[in-house]
Ligand binder design. Structure first.
Ligand code: FIX
Ligand code: ZN
Length: 418
């Protein structure tokens, strides 16, 4: 006979899990958000929510205007066109559209009236600093990791002036140009005073390490990250393999930091869509296996973009304790896949995982991204605890709290420190 829990037991477990999931502060380990001192780099408010690149891509399914005409419009007009195409002319059922509505609802706004003007007025009263605190409160976040790039011409000067820190935000060093566009990046490093050449001589490598060390210290970065095309290769004679092996991994070992790899993005599948134009491909995770196996003294974090890579990634995490899996990234950040992927992860690697990050580019998005994900995570956890209860194993309140804390940043923090 199949063991089961009583309906009352299952309800109690579901209520306990929902309560703990709702009130446990989350560390959002990968976002594109910034502390308010970064000024215009911190995006927030209704128009930014509407021109989010996820919505731009969806709106062009309906719009027939030339791409360039759209890009030439002011942001407010782009937002209106997207609102009209995705919310008025069609019902906003996609995850990104639903997200705008969840966000507005949780901010206490009435979405029923479909009144863009009234909604815009509400946002206009906020100052960024207070609004960060408000959004974090509503989303239930304790801490937000930024994505910090020394290659970003708007961001770099803020660091050079000396950013003193904001206790709501943590930092992570983003190095895509170094690893995926070395030929263009070497001259930049040279212009900034690093004696590098396009070769991989000992001098070049030690100068790349000097660059990484300087920016890690300046930013107080806690990990290094890069997103990669599906066909990234390690080992190999290519720039990525050479730089990772000779400069980035030794740097990470010296600072005790993980390298976070985000494979699977096919940049600019449709360049006319600009930021919305990136696509997805199946990644060659043998390269990740090779990295984990060849460098047991290094820590790797990974989220893969393709749904079809998720099972292999879990199996890799079973083989390599120096690999931490995180998030349902971008095209996998939809409830059906979050549910599938979270179940798979818990079933294969238990709770040594960070099931979600928001990847928010607009501050207010943390509200919906976490609200939606928490619902799914709570459902999956409830099922797992019910399965345990059916064997007679009852999870105590302290154990439940511990498990959720681990999923919401605790396991990642231990991985960072370990
Ligand atoms: O590479 C990344 O960190 C990606 O998350 C972004 O490039 C992407 O545009 C994004 O916003 C996905 O959510
Ligand atoms: Zn991202």
């Amino acid at each position: 006979m199949k063991p089961s829990v009583t309906p009352a037991q299952a309800r109690r477990i579901a209520d306990d899990v929902s309560r703990v999931v709702a009130r446990t502060p989350v560390t959002d380990i990968h976002t594109h958000l910034y502390a308010p001192v970064f000024r215009d780099l911190l995006l927030w408010g209704l128009d930014e929510l509407l021109v989010y690149h996820y919505l731009v891509a969806e709106a062009f399914r309906y719009l027939d205007m030339p791409y360039e005409e759209f890009w030439a419009l002011p942001k407010s007009r782009q937002a209106e066109l997207i609102w009209d195409a995705l919310f008025i002319q069609n019902s906003p059922v996609s995850e990104a559209c639903r997200g705008v509505l969840t966000t507005l609802q949780h901010l206490g706004l009435d979405v029923k009236k479909r009144d863009l003007g009234a909604l815009r007025k509400w946002f206009a009263q906020w100052k960024p600093d207070d609004y960060v605190t408000r959004c974090m409160e509503v989303a239930g976040l304790g801490s937000i990791f930024m994505t910090n790039s020394p290659f970003d011409d708007l961001e770099r000067p803020v660091w050079e002036r000396g950013f003193k820190g904001d206790n709501r935000f943590q930092t992570a060093l983003r190095i895509d140009p170094l690893l995926v566009a070395w030929k263009d990046t070497a001259p930049k490093l040279a212009a900034w005073g690093y004696q590098v050449r396009p070769d991989f001589s000992a001098k070049t490598i030690s100068e790349v390490r000097r660059f990484l060390a300087a920016w890690t210290r300046r930013m107080g970065a806690r990990y290094v990250m890069v997103s990669l095309p599906p066909d990234f290769e390690y080992p190999g004679r290519g720039d990525f393999a050479q730089l990772v092996e000779k400069a980035v991994l030794p740097h990470c070992r010296e600072f005790g930091q993980p390298l976070a790899l985000m494979p699977g993005v096919r940049r600019q599948a449709n360049p006319q869509l600009r930021l919305a134009g990136d696509g997805v491909g199946l990644s060659n995770l043998v390269s990740l296996q090779n990295l984990c196996a060849a460098h047991p003294g290094n820590k790797f974090a990974c989220t893969a973009l393709a749904r079809e890579n998720q099972h292999e990634l879990c199996v890799l995490a079973r083989k390599f304790r120096n690999l931490h899996i995180f998030g349902c990234w971008w095209f996998t950040n939809v409830p059906s896949l979050i549910e599938e992927i979270t179940r798979l992860r818990l079933e294969l690697i238990g709770l040594s995982v960070t099931p979600q990050h928001s990847d928010a580019r607009v501050l207010d998005q943390i509200i919906y991204k976490w609200q939606h994900s928490k619902q799914v995570i709570a459902r999956v956890l409830t099922d797992k605890y019910c399965d345990l209860a059916a064997t007679g194993w009852e999870v105590t309140p302290q154990e439940l709290q511990r498990d959720v804390q681990n999923l919401f940043g605790g396991a990642f923090e231990k991985f960072l420190r370990g």
